[in-house]
Design a protein around this ligand. Structure first.
Ligand code: SAM
Ligand code: SF4
Ligand code: F3S
Length: 469
């Protein structure tokens, strides 16, 4: 830019719209459209944030590329939930240093949950000097201003402030043409003792229902077939709003929108998974018949030390409620193995509850110590070898359960949302059933993004197969 004027004081910056306009005018003078490479790590909420960050870049005139070496801007949207997630980001940042050396005009931005932590932002500033812009997960609406400052000569721009307002005017660039993630709330109030999320994402903030409904109406009008509602605990949706609305009420309002689509949601904290929620799932035509209900451990002692605020017994009574109304209702869960001082007996209780609930799928994680959380201060004497052994036992058990569970679909006709071609078997397509089970069937790529009917003929531990009818 020819009118360099360094402004480092945040308050004196032009507005986001002014920054976008100025950058757009500048980029339009480039001989070719500049391309951005955007990659999000972590959970679906982070991926949804990445789509909004891409939306800001698009409004400035950037196109997108999957080939990092063709990009004039690289944005990594990071995750802090486990240590290996952070290690991957530092490794990736190290590996792109040479791209900056080859092309000093390349802009590198790091955003997300990892950089919401001051010590991480400081480490990047000091040790990864090829990074130009650092933003925290709650500061994404200042991306344009940070870029504006960088383009006006500021070598390193950072905003890791915790902004509580939810920007409603950021239009995402969605990866899929038929599945859309719709965050309904941000942040978390629960402070599970192992978890970094409340520290990097701040307190719960719910979006206004009319904004959510309008977004979903537009998506359905554009032909989207699956809407995934997202929040760290969707069951506390609305508690911070002036108008009285609960999550089951929101589900029922969405369900009234006419069209051919499914609604999914995650995550649901068991402490707030009420009978009203289960009744809404079962009675709403568009709500998929699947509930992700993270249990984390089957031991009451561990649940207490995790600050989860439910017991194995209350959890089982919720399972009994929904399975009482729908006997083969699909449940999936998250589990943490090797929480500080998890005894063999605690672990046996986890295996026992997994055997009893018979989940269709689970995500198991080895406990990772997160600085700043309460659990990080707890003594932790279980060896890594022991944790890995427990993990293997759990995964073996889950495979056995899934083989048995998947047999319930044999001969049944399922509605499946086709989402791609099978990577292993040419001429076959894959998709998910309402229960979120992976289904493979013969078909053609024009089915991608459409609902099809499949009669199930084979079941395996990780998928079921069938014939189109
Ligand atoms: N809010 C969701 C809930 O409470 O179910 C979970 C969101 S968290 C991003 C996803 C999963 O990561 C958690 O359910 C938990 O199993 C796992 N997790 C979180 N912190 C962890 C840690 N320190 N070590 C290992 N796994 C962790
Ligand atoms: Fe983390 Fe617990 Fe909040 Fe989920 S509910 S994000 S596990 S603190
Ligand atoms: Fe998600 Fe990771 Fe942040 S799991 S909320 S991106 S810490």
């Amino acid at each position: 830019m020819n009118h360099l004027q360094e402004k480092t004081e945040f308050e004196n910056l032009p507005s986001r719209a002014e920054c976008i306009q100025e950058i757009r005018t500048w980029l339009e003078q480039w001989p070719d459209q500049p391309l951005a490479y955007v990659h999000s790590f972590g959970c679906q909420l982070n991926v949804a944030d990445g789509e909004k960050l891409a939306g800001i870049l698009k409004s400035m005139g950037y196109g997108f590329t999957n080939q990092i070496e063709k990009a004039s801007l690289i944005l990594y949207n990071t995750c802090a939930v486990r240590e290996n997630a952070e290690d991957r980001v530092f490794g990736t940042l190290g590996s792109i240093k040479k791209l900056k050396q080859e092309n000093p005009g390349l802009i590198i931005c790091v955003t997300g949950c990892m950089t919401a932590q001051k010590q991480v932002a400081d480490k990047i500033k000091q040790s990864y000097r090829h990074v130009d812009i650092v933003l925290g997960s709650s500061a994404m609406n200042t991306l344009a201003q940070m870029l504006w400052m960088h383009m006006h000569g500021l070598k390193y721009a950072e905003d890791i402030s915790m902004q509580i307002d939810i920007p409603e005017d950021l239009k995402p660039v969605r990866e899929s043409k038929f599945k859309a993630a719709v965050p309904i709330m941000y942040g978390c109030n629960n402070f599970c003792t192992y978890c970094i999320v409340p520290y990097v994402r701040g307190r719960e903030r719910s979006r206004q229902p009319e904004h959510i409904l309008e977004e979903i109406r537009n998506l359905i009008a554009q032909g989207y077939k699956e809407i995934m509602l997202l929040g760290q605990n969707v069951n506390s949706y609305g508690k911070d709003l002036k108008q009285e609305i609960t999550f089951p009420e929101l589900l029922r309002k969405i369900d009234q929108i006419p069209g051919e689509y499914w609604i999914r949601f995650m995550s649901s904290h068991p402490k707030d998974a009420t009978p009203e929620l289960m009744d809404a799932i079962l009675s709403c035509e568009h709500v998929a018949k699947h509930l992700h209900l993270p249990i984390q451990s089957g031991s009451n002692e561990i649940l207490k030390r995790m600050n989860r605020k439910y017991t194995a017994e209350t959890y089982l009574s919720q399972v009994a409620y929904i399975r009482g109304k729908c006997p083969d209702f699909s449940l999936t869960t998250d589990l943490i193995i090797g929480f500080p001082e998890e005894s063999e007996q605690d672990f046996e209780q986890t295996l026992a509850i997994v055997r009893q609930v018979k989940y269709d799928n689970m995500y198991c994680f080895i406990y990772s110590k997160r600085t700043g959380t309460k659990a990080a201060l707890m003594p932790d004497s279980i060896s890594d070898a022991e944790k890995s052994q427990r993990m293997q036992k759990l995964l073996t058990l889950q495979r056995e359960i899934a083989v048995e569970n998947n047999q319930r679909f044999i001969s049944r006709i399922l509605t499946v949302l086709c989402d791609g071609e099978s990577k292993k078997r040419p001429g076959r397509m894959t998709g998910r059933s309402s229960e979120n089970i992976l289904v493979e069937f013969p078909g053609t790529p024009d089915m991608i993004g459409q609902f099809v009917k499949v009669q199930i003929t084979e079941s395996h531990n990780n998928m079921i197969c069938g014939e189109l009818i």
